[in-house]
Design a protein around this ligand. Structure first.
Ligand code: MTE
Ligand code: MO
Length: 411
């Protein structure tokens, strides 16, 4: 069970669904709930995961308007704010997705608690200093919300979806330093029969539609937990900032941002499959094209963005260099093609790319006659996955991978 196959999301999901059917992981009510999530998801845009906006400031860092677009407890990076930046997203420009609010945590009394049937001994605790003393690792990885690009289901495809109406700015790439989750699991006495871990945040309970869903938490198969998951305490060379999970967060490369639990407090380790609303009700592809129970969201998809504002202005006849970035949860980007109105041309890669980061690129363009023009960028990753013209609809608007039509004005 812990072995191969479960890092492959299709196998993972099929296995879990079979287990649910067999009544191992979910009660029958739980299964009904799963289906109810599908119909609930048909409510208006913004009605579902946005939660109750509290009066307290939900995000600690400044959110200048030229850098961020704010939606309740969340803020996305404006793509024009990535223009002129280096490979990494600076902390001051990194998007924030908070179900409730950034908590204040005293690192002196903070403990990471591991417990559950998947540990050979009893519960184990680690202090911040304990973690700092363990062997560290540094990785460059994107954290991207599964709902990134969601608004284009509506604006490009005329479909209604629930959730925060992100454009393409719910992604950032950072250098994360910390301890491998596998190191901590080994120290805690992981058993050979453990199948799932359930990391949980210390932020407030998430209450939506009058229902308390408890702490933000989402199970991970042990196979992924042992593969490349980091307990990160540094971001871009400095201690993790409060909004991004101080003192310690999970970084789960290539998978939906929800897996990368911030303000980590507890991890249940289990020999039986674990569930939470974040893998039964949310983060499932639901809708007419999907099975009734939906398909679990794990790995992110291929996307591209121009480092330009929406409706950017260019002088007629002027020579430009258009710049952008492309990324995929499947691995590196192999090629990027750009269409400025006269067919596809291959963009030139700029600099090296990290396996789990993004690829920067550029392409020259001569802005033609005055009027509205459409720019399109289409990436292909190392697995051959290419951005399609349209993304099949799912009710909660996850994993939008279609080519985005970016309008610019030539004046
Ligand atoms: N404890 C906790 N962890 C969390 C969340 C949260 O609200 N609470 N949001 C998740 C979601 S949906 C995303 S996309 C990422 C966003 O990470 P960031 O805010 O550092 O950009 O954190 C994830 N981890
Ligand atoms: Mo997210």
């Amino acid at each position: 069970m812990t072995g191969t196959g479960l890092t492959d999301e299709a196998t993972y999901d099929r296995t879990r669904i079979e287990q649910w059917r067999a009544g191992k992981a979910l009660s029958r009510r739980g299964m009904l709930r799963l289906t109810a999530g599908g119909s609930l998801a048909l409510t208006a845009f913004g009605a579902l995961p946005s939660g109750t906006a509290s009066a307290a400031t939900p995000i600690v860092k400044p959110l200048p308007r030229e850098i961020f677009e704010v939606y309740g407890t969340n803020a996305e990076t404006r793509w024009e704010a990535m223009s002129g930046q280096g490979y990494l997203t600076p902390v001051e420009r990194f998007f924030v997705r908070n179900h409730t609010a950034t908590p204040t945590i005293d690192v002196g009394t903070w403990r990471l608690k591991l417990f559950g049937t998947g540990l050979s001994g009893g519960p184990v605790e680690f202090s911040y200093r304990d973690l700092l003393r363990l062997p560290s690792e540094t990785i460059t990885s994107a954290v991207e919300c599964a709902g990134n690009g969601r608004s284009y289901f509506t604006s490009q495809q005329g479909q209604s979806v629930s959730g925060t109406a992100w454009k393409l700015g719910a992604i950032g790439v950072a250098r994360w330093r910390g301890v491998r989750l596998s190191t901590v699991l080994a120290k805690a006495g992981l058993t050979r029969n453990a199948v799932d871990v359930l990391p949980e945040g210390l932020d407030a309970d998430y209450v939506t539609g009058g229902v308390n869903l408890g702490k933000v938490r989402r199970p991970l198969p042990v196979a992924k937990a042992l593969q490349d998951v980091l307990l990160a305490y540094e971001m871009n060379g400095r201690p993790l900032p409060p909004d991004h999970g101080y003192p310690v967060r999970l970084v789960v490369p290539s998978w939906a941002g929800i897996s990368s639990i911030k303000w980590l407090g507890r991890i249940e380790v289990s020999e039986t499959p674990l569930v939470s609303p974040w893998n039964t009700q949310y983060y499932r592809l639901l809708g007419p094209g999907y099975p009734a129970e939906g398909t679990l969201v794990t790995r992110q998809v291929v996307k591209s963005a121009f480092e330009l504002p929406w409706n950017a202005e260019f002088a007629a006849g002027g020579r430009q260099v258009l710049r952008g970035r492309s990324w995929s949860g499947n691995g590196r980007i192999r090629r990027v093609d750009v269409d400025t109105g006269n067919g596809w041309r291959q963009a030139k890669f700029v600099g090296a790319a990290a396996d789990r980061g993004w690829q920067r690129w550029e392409i020259p363009w001569r802005a033609g006659v005055p009027g509205v023009h459409t720019l399109r960028a289409r990436a292909t990753d190392i697995t051959g996955a290419t951005q399609p013209e349209a993304t099949p609809h799912n009710t909660q608007g996850y994993l939008f991978d279609a080519v985005v039509r970016h309008p610019v004005r030539v004046v």
